[in-house]
Design a protein around this ligand. Structure first.
Ligand SMILES: Cc1ncc(COP(=O)(O)O)c(C=O)c1O
Length: 398
């Protein structure tokens, strides 16, 4: 019998899942590169630095020593201990290893959290603009994403007023990222405390994505683990080795969860992933060693220099960036002065200037046409070159 052609439609839920536009921008840039065009990459949300040598060596040694098998579903105890020690050292907070779960990136942690937390129709409050995949994670877990519209004028801050206005009897959780992608906004201890209290008062979970922690410039690097009162309350703190630790490709992250979620999350990890990547976990332990941290701190300083250069150059070119972003490695710029849509501007800058950036659509439907995101994940020389190429491309819009 020969195989017959027949139509096979994707599941209905796929109609709601949006593409991650930056990945499509990267694909267009790669196509131009294949045709021999040099492209300056300012679209990619990952450090240009390769993983620091001590981390790489620890990964290689683990593989050579035969650590090529599964680990416990929630990760190796040695890595959990290293993370707990890191919280003690950086945030003067004791986080028991039992509440730490090692995950497949922050992506794995976010998905597990929503699967463990949401019943069908539960609402999750998300900052707008924000990291696009979260809406899709919420939808896949049967929840409903609800946007909190933040404004440039207030430094893109999520306030108790915004949260209160969005609360309904279906609200189950609030997700915040600090520092935030794409705005670089860093929340203070006072802000986070007020919001944590509000969430506790309404019995909703507070999920804090701290994937850009460590990448703050001149402001305190507060972590929500420092909110130690009632530690078994509904607070999930998510982090990753991808950004500060420069390990995007190793696919490793972690979360600190409430006591009542330790077992549910463990069951999910067993089923969904079996275990996080083993060699990455050994490598991750080396990420906290003083010799690694000194390399990472130099990189952090480099990011700060890049931010300063790019921010003043973009402002000079007519991009509006009201508040100075204090963290992550992005600038979210208002382009309404140029009289074209964000998608059109991104296309022009890619094709005419050879500079790849991300259109606003990835981060906000509300602001899709009016904003673009620049990632300063490229060195100072490249940033200067990019600015020199963008200037004439903008003139041609007149
Ligand atoms: C805010 C935020 N959260 C989560 C992620 C996912 O990161 P990963 O899975 O590499 O840890 C990203 C990636 O860019 C991000 O920007």
């Amino acid at each position: 019998m020969t195989a017959k052609e027949y139509p096979l439609a994707p599941a209905i839920r796929m109609a709601e899942i949006e593409p991650f536009h930056v990945m499509e921008m990267m694909a267009q840039a790669a196509q131009l590169e294949q045709q021999g065009r040099p492209i300056i990459h300012m679209e990619v949300g990952e450090p240009d630095f390769d993983t620091a040598e001590p981390i790489v060596k620890a990964g290689i040694t683990a593989l050579q020593n035969g650590h090529t098998h599964y680990t416990q579903a929630t990760g190796r105890i040695e890595l959990k201990q290293a993370i707990s020690d890191w919280y003690q050292q950086q945030h003067q907070t004791t986080v028991p290893t039992e509440r730490i779960q090692i995950t497949v990136g922050a992506s794995g942690a976010l998905q597990m959290t929503f699967w463990a937390l949401l019943d069908p129709g539960d609402e999750v409050l998300l900052a707008d603009p924000g990291y696009p995949c979260n809406q899709n994670f919420v939808r896949l877990a049967g929840g409903i994403p609800v946007s909190l519209p933040t404004e440039a004028e207030s430094g893109w801050r999520v306030t108790p007023e915004l949260i209160t206005a969005a609360l309904t009897n279906k609200t189950r959780a609030l997700l915040l990222a600090s520092p935030n992608n794409p705005t670089g906004t860093v929340m203070s201890r006072a802000e986070m405390t007020a919001i944590a209290t509000l969430c506790a008062d309404h019995g909703i979970a507070l999920i804090v994505d701290e994937i850009y922690s460590g990448l703050t410039y001149g402001v305190p690097d507060f972590s929500a683990v420092e909110l130690t009162e009632n530690p078994s309350a509904g607070r999930f703190v998510i982090n990753s080795f991808s950004k500060y630790f420069g390990m995007t490709g190793w696919r490793l992250g972690w979360m600190v969860c409430p006591e009542s979620f330790v077992r549910p999350l463990e069951k999910l990890a067993q089923n969904l992933f079996i275990a996080p990547p083993t060699a990455a976990q050994f490598a991750g332990e080396a990420a906290f060693k003083p010799q690694t941290i000194s390399i990472l701190e130099q990189r952090r300083e480099a990011f700060q220099e890049r931010r300063d250069l790019l921010l003043s150059a973009l402002r000079g070119l007519g991009f509006h960036i009201l508040a100075t972003p204090d963290g992550a490695f992005y600038l979210f710029a208002d382009i309404t002065g140029f009289g074209v849509s964000s998608g059109e501007l991104c296309k022009r800058l890619l094709n005419q200037a050879g500079v790849a950036i991300t259109p606003g659509i990835d981060f906000s439907h509300r602001l899709a046409n009016d904003y673009v995101r620049f990632a300063y994940t490229t060195d100072l020389e490249q940033i200067e070159r990019a600015i020199a190429k963008i200037a004439p491309a903008l003139k041609s819009l007149d």
